[in-house]
Design a protein around this ligand. Sequence first.
Ligand code: IPM
Ligand code: MN
Length: 364
Amino acid sequence: MTKKLKILILAGDGIGPEVTAEAVRALEAVAQAGGHLFRFEEKPIGGVAIRSHGSPLPDDTLKAALESDAVLLGAVGSNEFNALPPSQRPEAGLLRIRAELGGFANLRPSFAWPGLTGNSPLRSDVVEGADILFVRELLGGLYFGQPREWDKQANAAWNTMRYTRDEVIRVAKVAFELARKRRKKVTSVDKANVLEVSQLWRATVTELAPQYPDVTLEHQYVDAMAMHLMNAPRNFDVVLTENLFGDILSDEAGVITGSLGMLPSATLGGKVNLYEPVHGSAPDIAGKGIANPLGAILTAAMLLRYSAGLEDEAAAIEAAVKHIVADGARTADLARGDKSVKVLSTQEVGKRVLEALSSRMAAR
Ligand code: IPM
Ligand code: MN
């Protein structure tokens, strides 16, 4: 069946535009092959929006996002705004659009790609076969809790880690449901030995577990989890956690894939789903055409899966990425300074994906 989709592109800062362009090419290829009608619109967010509109999330961008079927974001963040308070930085635009779109379940898969395991600083036999899905709560915790302030007079500052039972229930349900379709294990991560908010988190997740008797639930403290992730990443299936812990652990999970540039994400549960790679704007390499586009391309695959219902096409993009990576396609981040590796540009890797994708779609 032909799918019609209005996709808002928010390329953002730094390497955002470069990697997003490759993701859009993959989406266009899928649309063309299947006769789908994807309409793309572009708007500014983050640092570029501060420069052009004086706001990290202009009204017009937000309006377009709310009117779209899916939002595909590149990255936000720019060093020139480092001295500003959090509320005026490019990141504030991202946090606001997350809140306005309302998606609370941020899915961040981390997969040990065959052919790339030698690329992880961890031993291959430790990472091989690792396949983790982080479910990061995205609208609560320290990111949004009130009160928050830097009181210059008192030389003190504070943020609030707050969760309600309902906020925990809705995201935990997503984790349990996803685990059902995978290896049926949920690891809930908290700091319940110190924090009341984590005690509520743990009690709530525990209370929900009997509704999913086919899923095994375990709890881990976040400090121990940081270690277990590196020691035995294969032990984990779905990892459920609050906002900041999920932010930290998902970057750590980049070590398993060999590069943060490989990680996609999808945020579900709100008015409009939001898709963004896990990596940031990487100002140090922006504009050089060397950024890894695979995180963004895999993010486009998640968009097809969760916003277009095009599961086969999503899987075809993932298979294409798997193929080119196993075949040795590498951007600089994946070569890790190894002189014997032929380093490809952002566009060359994007092109390889398209080639592998077209043969896959032709074969169907
Ligand atoms: C991420 C990023 C964001 C976050 C920043 C840019 C606000 O680090 O998506 O992981 O902390 O959520
Ligand atoms: Mn992060």
